[in-house]
Design a protein around this ligand. Structure first.
Ligand code: S3P
Length: 416
């Protein structure tokens, strides 16, 4: 079995959330094409509509007519989406609204203290279930400025603060020592806000007038692309080209990791759209070697670690991912989920002090994939199983709908 072809995958999930949210508070009509088609985006769209946003979906285009948002009358359901929860909290706070956020079972276990603390410091009244959802937020008293030190490297926390600070009474700043994805900063500056980066410091100026509307086509999601990259590099006689991929440095750490593992990768056709780098990536069958992945680049590969751990299972030697604690707080405890599934397929792997070790070797036995209802665990281990056994069995195939509903269709298209 080999994997050959060219794919253009749906839009990046992080940029899609930001484009819809910021357009909803902008002045005039925005057009967003190639939006991510996963369930998480529907959560964001439904919530904004509940707050009075005018959002129309026409084929591959979303048309948003910026409006004054209103406090919703019912709870806002963030579904499975951490990005929706944390970014919407900041966005609606900037509009001085009062609202409650709920989510599914997985989201209700994820830590929210990380946004509760800064938003409270900015003047929001917040109640929660011991730092977990449901959250009730009252921002009607206004937003004060904040100087915040990021202790956890999280683009969601950073964006929550950036968004709320837009409605602040004075200039705010965020000290970010380990850089995380910067799509909020790029998009906000494109829409007329003033966000300055001064070394580790991000300075946010409150909006003097409404954001300008946007007209964008969202580049393909590098996090979804990583699964097909993985499939090509671990398989024989394979070559997959992914076109129009978002190549923002803070997102394509996995390409650098793969290069260090000896992978054959080619970047081509690079250009800049709406401040974001875009281009094509081609991956070929490779002779993989183990490496040590240092903790400072973990934020730039945070969503790709499940597939990188699978790739490491095919490399010569033991790959180490240092300081991956944040994996525990994703859609499931991904650190445990990775170890559980690698072991099920007969790979030696363990965790020590939040460092993940994967010993490359032969995949010894076919196993049913335990997804823990997590889209990225499901896709990563489908790649492993398909390569090794030409088939796969998952306890929940549907969970891929969160970020890439047509994952299995794309797989079919490139399987020869
Ligand atoms: C995201 C940030 C990351 C990432 C998530 C999307 C974003 O989360 O894992 O899938 O769009 O800002 P953290 O900020 O919690 O690391």
């Amino acid at each position: 079995m080999k994997f050959v072809g060219t794919l253009q995958l749906p839009g990046d999930k992080s940029i899609s959330h930001r484009a819809i949210m910021l357009s909803a508070i902008a002045d005039g009509v925005s057009y967003v094409r190639n939006l991510n088609d996963g369930a998480d985006l529907q959560s964001t769209i439904n919530i904004l509509k509940q707050c009075g946003a005018s959002i129309e979906q026409r084929n591959n285009e979303i048309i948003i007519d910026g409006k004054e948002l209103q406090s919703p009358t019912k709870e806002l359901d963030c579904g499975n989406s951490g990005t929706t929860t944390r970014l919407i909290a900041g966005l609606l706070a900037s509009q001085k609204l009062t609202f409650s956020l709920i989510g599914d079972e997985s989201l209700s276990k994820r830590p929210m203290e990380r946004i509760i603390r800064p938003l409270k410091e900015m003047g929001c009244k917040i109640s929660s279930n011991n730092g977990l959802l449901p959250l009730s937020i009252d921002a009607s008293g206004g937003i004060s400025s904040l100087d915040f030190d990021m202790k956890i490297a999280s683009a969601q926390v950073k964006s929550s603060i950036l968004f709320s600070a837009l409605g602040g009474n004075n200039v705010s700043s965020i000290n970010e020592i380990i850089p995380t994805r910067n799509h909020s900063e790029i998009m906000l500056n494109n829409m007329g806000a003033l966000i300055e980066r001064k070394g580790d410091k991000i300075v946010v100026h409150p909006l003097k007038s409404k954001l300008k509307s946007i007209d964008i086509s969202v580049p393909s999601d590098p996090s979804s692309s990583a699964f097909f990259a993985g499939l090509a590099v671990i398989s024989n006689n394979s070559k997959l080209k992914l076109t129009n991929v978002l190549l923002n440095e803070s997102r394509i750490g996995f390409v650098e990791v793969l290069k260090r593992m000896n992978c054959l990768v080619k970047k081509s056709n690079e250009s800049i759209h709406n401040g974001e780098k875009v281009g094509d990536l081609t991956f070929r069958s490779s002779n993989l070697k183990a490496i040590e992945v240092e903790s400072k680049i973990i934020p730039s590969i945070i969503d790709e670690i499940p597939i990188l751990a699978v790739i490491a299972a095919f490399a010569k030697g033991t790959t180490v991912f240092n300081n991956v604690e944040e994996l525990k707080y994703k859609e499931c405890d991904r650190l445990s989920a990775i170890i559980h599934n690698l072991k099920a397929f007969g790979i030696k792997t363990y965790e020590n002090n939040n460092n993940l070790f994967v010993e490359g070797g032969r995949i010894k036995k076919m196993a049913e994939i335990t997804t823990f209802d997590d889209h990225r665990i499901a896709m990563a281990f489908t790649i492993l199983s398909l390569n090794s056994f030409k088939k796969y069995k998952l306890d929940n195939k549907k969970c891929v709908d969160i970020s890439l509903p047509n994952f299995f269709k794309y797989l079919g298209e490139v399987t020869k």
